[in-house]
Design a protein around this ligand. Sequence first.
Ligand SMILES: [Zn+2]
Length: 66
Amino acid sequence: MRVKCVLCDKIEAINDESLTAKRLRNRPIHTYMCKECCERITEKTNARISTGNFRFYRPTSEVEEW
Ligand SMILES: [Zn+2]
């Protein structure tokens, strides 16, 4: 299936049988992040944690678990 990254709008093809594809199909709101964005977010998150100011906060149920 083809998916679009919510952050950079890049279209990627992912395996229909992959966990990501199944997860996207099972959810009404399709959010997909490409590998690059996912890594970028992870780096940012880790950087914020290291400052000591980071609070784990999930604003909506739309946030995917990765
Ligand atoms: Zn992206």
